[in-house]
Design a protein around this ligand. Structure first.
Ligand code: FDA
Length: 324
């Protein structure tokens, strides 16, 4: 009963918020199989084959995709080898099946925090494979300890291959300056997101409206400067303001794209596609699903209900995979 009441449209937002916060704090105690089941909507599966099936379905719905091999913050250099192999396989399969998908890569999965030189070598292998297939590689942005090095690596590789892109996070104070810096490199492809990692107030906005303002300043300045922008948000006011911005700038549909995460905001996604906007869905897959799934669950406003439903009604699926 409690599960049913908190999963849906509960009238008492305060209670729900407090319950969500409580569940966020206790999430590490929730057994992994339960986390896996309730977070399954956010992850395409463990194998490339499962991910390709999701991409195929999204393409049929008029969406583009970006494949992410799950994994980050590796602690052993050998682990980076498997990540590279997985990305090379993904690029080959995308090309062989004629799918509309690029790839998104986390540099800490290639050992950025262990050995920046080796990370560059591993990333170079992925970029060379993408070049051979004419495909595009997005570098995801991780926590602030690697922001500067990530931007440097982007700028280095952008000189060698045009189809490499970056992500800027609206919550970081530095992002406005970073946007100017990367735009100076020529025509760039930048995904703008709010930012998901917990960062201190000395370097990151904490206020929701402030983050929204920063988000729109980034989107508008990058678009006005001629960058191709991946507008990555499910926040309806930001989507509305971004649509207004591209109209104001009279941009054609191929000059930008919206981006959303698998399993999130399906209705908004379908509406944008129906209205003629390009839209790309971020499709993560692989065995290292836990850290990513926990981040997504924490952002889900109905998380408390899903977690309680998962614990007390284990026989029922709390959410269906990729259906959103
Ligand atoms: P917000 O979190 O306010 O969500 C708006 C609404 O969307 C919510 O009210 C809810 O309805 C719905 N929603 C959002 N998340 C949900 C969830 N998990 N489950 C159910 N509903 C949900 N971050 C980063 O630091 N580095 C990166 O490289 C990326 N890459 C990236 C790629 C893409 C394609 C997207 C869409 C996002 C990212 N992010 C990211 C994550 C991003 O920084 C941010 O944390 C999330 O997009 C959530 O922010 P929103 O703008 O959607 O707003």
């Amino acid at each position: 009963m409690l599960c049913a009441r908190v999963t849906g449209r509960h009238r008492d937002g305060g209670v729900l918020k407090a319950l969500n916060q409580l569940i966020v704090r206790t999430l590490p105690l929730v057994p992994k199989p339960i986390v896996r089941r309730i977070a399954s909507r956010y992850v395409a599966g463990e194998t490339l084959e499962e991910a390709l099936r999701v991409v195929q379905r999204l393409n049929a719905e008029g969406c583009m995709a970006t494949l992410d091999v799950l994994g980050e913050d590796v602690t052993r250099r050998e682990e980076t080898e498997q990540t590279v192999t997985d990305y090379l396989r993904a690029l080959t399969a995308i090309a062989e099946r004629g799918l509309d998908s690029n790839i998104s890569v986390k540099l800490t999965a290639l050992g950025l925090k262990l050995d920046a030189a080796q990370c560059r070598r591993q990333f170079a292998r992925i970029v060379e494979a993408a070049r051979a297939h004419g495909n595009f590689v997005r570098i995801d942005m991780e926590d602030s300890s690697v922001t500067e090095e990530t931007i440097r690596i982007f700028l280095e590789f952008r000189e060698r291959y045009e189809k490499v892109g970056l992500v800027l996070q609206a919550y970081l104070h530095r992002s406005a300056a970073d946007a100017r810096r990367v735009a100076a490199a020529g025509p760039v492809n930048v995904r703008v997101c709010k930012g998901i990692y917990v960062e201190p107030p000395e370097i990151a906005f904490q206020d929701r409206e402030q983050i929204r303002r920063s988000y729109m300043e980034l989107v508008e300045s990058l678009l006005a400067g001629g960058a191709y922008v991946g507008i990555a948000t499910h926040d309806p006011p930001l989507v509305e303001r971004s649509v207004a911005a591209v109209r104001r700038l009279a941009l054609p549909a191929h000059a930008y794209e919206f981006q959303m995460l698998l399993g999130v905001a399906g209705d908004l996604r379908r509406k944008l596609v129906a209205d003629g906007h390009r839209l790309r869905v971020y499709v993560p897959y692989g065995a290292a699903w836990y850290a990513y799934s926990v981040r997504r669950l924490k952002e889900n406003p109905s998380m408390a209900g899903h977690v309680l439903a998962g614990i007390f009604r284990p026989e029922r699926k709390a959410a269906s995979k990729g259906k959103s």
